[in-house]
Design a protein around this ligand. Structure first.
Ligand code: PFF
Length: 457
């Protein structure tokens, strides 16, 4: 096993915040959130999502980082270190496997964004409109192009990860976040001033409360919240393991949650007003192609649209890469820490396995019929959707719940709080946090999971 000094450390608390924000902000915010809101019927989904973020996921984010910082290990090692001789390390192992599953489908969507940099900048998307949806359908049905784009995306993430977690991420994220935010605000302003935007805004902000109790939707909102905050699979635990004890956790978590949530909300503010101003737009049936159908239409209304389109997709690729790097880091750190492999060799194994799984994900969007119609819609429909549903809606919340039980009842809250407050660190309300971790989060996750399983069966 490597010693903690071989593992590397963040240079400062700010470096950790950048890396954690880089992990959290990605396709989940800009592609996943609007897609799920569209499927989930609009504002009711948004409300349930926000509830899950605040009451369930933010407290678990604190727990994950504490587990990592205290143990200085990747997920499996962390549980072995904190609870030797027990089977709790299984929670970490499920996180490692889940990370490979997420990388596999994530890389396909990352590949789409790479292709769209080219399509947007070269003017191939034309004037947008309904034709943009057809363009997306035609593109995703092209098997070899999709596999190639997936390979390029995964290759870039793997190369960056092989260079070490710190190198690159800090610099990319420092430049990325302000640029991304600025462009998103600009696009939101444009979208909100389009004719017919009010209808989209109402869909996004005026809830139909009957939907807030539809358990399939509630389950999807919980899964989306975990996915968006990179929670449950040990990515934040692993990043926390590179955090110095003198660097407080409370402020970092607040910043990451605030940034991640505002970027997701902004993405919705762009997609729905613009989408509703397109005649015949149906958010529910657009599925994973939603943003790829709506955004070209929006770019077409801007002077210099090809430039904005190209810049937007470049930023999206970068945001997706910083997330994919952190996804790879979970299994890579495991192989480096436990098996003593060199980082490049570990990256090769992990990225290679993820690529194998990503091939059916890439081919299941129209290219190969049997992979494209694999399961009922509630289970994700195609191969990519099924992998995403298993990972996001089930695996992440289950491991998240087990982490709460571990911190709340096995390792115990007082030890966690002692770690949280080390070096006189600031933390808003440790007592409330303990209550959320012990009671609210695990019970809420258990009931949502139960409800959503009964709803899909
Ligand atoms: N949070 C990322 C996003 O919203 O795009 C996805 C993700 C990254 C999930 C890292 C899990 C993870 F470990």
């Amino acid at each position: 096993m490597t010693t903690s000094t071989d593992r590397g450390m963040w240079g400062s608390r700010f470096a950790f915040v950048l890396a954690a924000a880089g992990s959290a902000v990605g396709l989940g915010n800009i592609w996943g959130f609007p897609t799920q809101v569209g499927r989930g019927g609009g504002a009711a989904f948004v409300i349930v999502y926000l509830f899950c973020i605040v009451m369930i996921c933010a407290p678990i984010l604190v727990a994950e980082i504490v587990l990592g910082r205290r143990s200085r290990q990747s997920p499996v090692g962390a549980f072995k270190f904190l609870s030797p001789g027990t089977r709790w390390w299984w929670v970490g192992a499920v996180g490692v496997v889940t990370s490979v599953g997420i990388v596999a489908f994530y890389s396909v969507i990352g590949g789409w964004t790479i292709a769209y940099v080219w399509f947007a900048a070269s003017g191939a998307l034309g004037g947008g409109g309904e034709a943009a949806g057809d363009f997306f359908t035609r593109f995703t049905a092209n098997g070899w192009q999709n596999v190639l784009c997936t390979f390029i995306f995964l290759g870039m993430a793997a190369a960056a990860n092989a260079g070490g977690v710190r190198a690159g991420i800090e610099r990319v994220t420092t430049a990325l976040m302000p640029a991304l935010l600025a462009l998103l605000v600009l696009l939101a302003v444009r979208s909100l001033t389009l004719p017919g935007a009010a209808e989209g805004l109402a869909y996004y902000m005026r809830p139909d409360f009957s939907q807030a109790f539809n358990m399939t939707i509630v389950g999807a909102a919980l899964g989306q919240a975990f996915f968006s905050l990179s929670l449950g699979n040990g990515a934040m635990l692993t990043y926390g393991s590179y955090l110095r004890r003198s660097d407080g956790i409370g402020r970092s978590v607040l910043m990451v949650v605030a940034l991640d949530t505002s970027i997701a909300l902004l993405a919705g503010l762009i997609i729905f007003p613009a989408g509703f101003s397109i005649v015949g737009f149906d958010p529910a049936s657009s599925g994973p192609g939603l943003i790829f159908a709506v955004l070209p239409q929006l770019f077409a209304t801007l002077a210099g649209g090809t430039l904005f389109g190209g810049a937007f997709f470049i930023l999206l690729v970068m945001a997706a890469l910083t997330s994919a790097i952190s996804l790879l880091e979970v299994p890579v750190a495991h192989v480096v820490d436990r098996w003593g492999w060199s980082r490049p060799k570990a990256v090769g194994l992990v990225a290679g396995s993820a690529f194998l799984l990503s091939i059916p994900c890439a081919l299941g969007n129209g290219a190969v019929e049997s992979l494209s119609n694999l399961a009922p819609a509630a289970w994700g429909g195609n191969f990519l959707g099924v992998v995403a549903t298993i990972c996001n809606n089930f695996s992440l919340p289950i491991t998240g719940m087990l982490m709460c039980i571990f911190v709340g009842y096995v390792w115990r809250v007082d030890r966690a709080v002692e770690e949280l407050l080390a070096d006189n660190a600031w933390f808003p309300n440790p007592k409330l946090w303990g209550l959320l971790v012990r009671y609210v989060s695990p019970l809420a996750i258990a009931s949502i999971l139960l409800g959503s399983i009964m709803a899909v069966l």
